[in-house]
Write a protein that binds this ligand. Structure first.
Ligand code: ZN
Length: 490
């Protein structure tokens, strides 16, 4: 009915402003029609806001560390409830005389650099980001710390200035991460290891892997199991950097989208390395080392696995960059490829044996999970080739295409020979599979005496640690010896 009236009016007075009249007429007639109904008094309605409202805090973090000046510090937003400390349900910060660090009225933890408060904020934020990185893989399901069993919810205590020394470590017995500080020779500047994103991510990686695989930290495992722990720490630092959009952009620009070119990503713990006179950081993930080219020391062994995964990352990135060249920029591709590979690695580690896991165990799980996830066969070609080259597994076909640069990036099904899911271990008698662990070149975690105990003692201690609030002090390391002495001193 209204439409007919409007059309008629339009014909009658085409020169008059149509819209106003129609609107006025429309509401007049509506008022007449609805006058019989009572109306509530008008109340002011605020402009609708997005729902739900996320609680969150902002932190100032070092993107790499204070020596990587091209990156510096930046604001980081953590969309979760964070209390004074900083602390949340999983992580607490401890620095006597400084903590709890209070958040601002707007919920932020932003402090000038070179202050203890800034160190607390940075360290908490990086540990939290690292845990979140892997928890996202499981849709947000919490990854337990090693002692979080039988309902235990004890947090991980993070000590940004934990001790005076050029090291950092994860202590299961103390339920903590401790970061050292030191003054390098010929320098007036103190180096705080907690200011290195790589070092904080690396140590958090040890804590996360210990929660998933508590049987791997013990000294009684073969060197390769220790190598997986060290390598996971270094790879965690790389995956964390590549989970941050600005860092991904920076890597792409600095390396011209070739991960084998010079970039900060592959150089780990730059400031720490510099203090030791190493220009390439504490270690370099982009290496070509084979098992036969490294000593049997656990950290040396770990470089082989780290290098293999870094190569696979670069290979998959190249392939996906080529495939998506007209639809996505290289930064977006790298962000997604890194997430995909870190998810694959995490699943493979979880599915590997609970003790004595080897590189071949993890590589084979990666092949199987990649296939089950429906990833293209060329991904598995990269994995197989890179770990065959590293002397971890045996490829049933020669690596001709890889060594001669003939891998067909236009073919997602590219496989030389068969798409195998189970490869043989290259050297079953290799010392890294049978010898006792030498951890002398490792980080503080692997060198800590608390893991140099018999597996049965470690298991018993873990059962004690799963009681709420229980921590084991250094003295507990002497318990067995003291018992033995008590028997001798009759
Ligand atoms: Zn380590």
């Amino acid at each position: 009915m209204f439409e007919t009236e409007i059309q008629a009016k339009h014909v009658e007075s085409a020169e008059e402003p149509l819209q106003d009249e129609v609107t006025a007429d429309f509401f007049e007639s509506m008022e007449a029609e609805t006058a019989a109904f009572p109306r509530p008094n008008p109340i002011p309605v605020p402009i609708p806001r997005p729902w739900p409202l996320f609680q969150g805090s902002r932190f100032m973090i070092w993107k790499q560390d204070p020596t990587v000046t091209t990156l510096g510090r930046r604001l980081l937003y953590l969309p979760r409830r964070i209390l004074n400390g900083p602390r949340d349900a999983r992580i607490n910060t401890v620095l006597p005389g400084t903590t709890p660090v209070n958040r601002s009225i707007s919920g932020d933890f932003i402090f000038p650099p070179d202050t203890p408060e800034a160190d607390c904020a940075h360290t908490f934020a990086v540990v939290r980001e690292t845990l979140t990185l892997y928890e996202r893989k499981g849709g947000g399901t919490a990854i337990p710390w090693a002692w979080n069993r039988n309902g235990n919810t004890d947090v991980l205590s993070v000590q940004p200035r934990g001790f005076n020394g050029a090291n950092a470590y994860y202590s299961r017995n103390a339920k903590s991460l401790r970061f050292g500080y030191f003054r390098p020779r010929n320098s007036s500047q103190t180096v705080y290891t907690c200011r290195s994103l790589d070092i904080v991510a690396h140590e958090t990686g040890h804590a996360i892997l210990d929660g998933l695989k508590p049987g791997w930290l013990g000294y009684g495992n073969p060197p390769q199991t220790g190598g997986l722990h060290e390598s996971f720490g270094d790879l965690t630092a790389i995956f964390l950097a590549l989970s941050q959009l600005d860092q991904v952009e920076a890597v792409i620009a600095l390396s011209r989208a070739n991960l084998h070119n010079r970039n900060f990503l592959k150089r780990l713990a730059e400031q720490f390395g510099q203090s030791l006179g190493r220009s390439e950081g504490l270690r370099n993930a982009d290496n070509d080392l084979k098992l036969s080219q490294v000593s049997n020391e656990v950290h040396a062994i770990s470089k082989v696995f780290t290098g293999g995964i870094y190569d696979v990352l670069a290979d998959i990135f190249n392939y996906e960059r080529h495939r998506q060249r007209d639809t996505a920029g290289p930064a977006r591709v790298l962000l997604e490829v890194s997430r995909q590979l870190s998810d694959l690695l995490l699943d493979a580690l979880i599915q590997a044996p609970d003790t004595g896991a080897t590189y071949a165990d993890v590589v084979n799980r990666m092949l199987q999970i990649s296939h089950a996830n429906g990833e293209p066969a060329i991904y598995r070609t990269f994995i197989r080739n890179r770990f065959t080259y590293r002397e971890v597994v045996v490829s049933p076909t020669p690596l001709t295409a890889m060594t001669q640069g003939q891998i067909d990036l236009d073919n997602p099904d590219f496989v030389e020979g068969e798409d195998l899911m189970e490869l043989e271990t290259a050297f079953p008698d290799h010392p890294s599979l049978v010898a006792t662990q030498d951890r002398s070149g490792c980080c503080g975690t692997m060198q800590s005496p608390e893991y140099l105990q018999d597996q049965k003692v470690l298991d018993a201690n873990l059962a004690r640690l799963s009681k709420p609030g229980v921590v084991l002090d250094e003295e507990s390391l002497l318990e067995d010896e003291m018992k033995h002495l008590a028997k001798s001193f009759k």
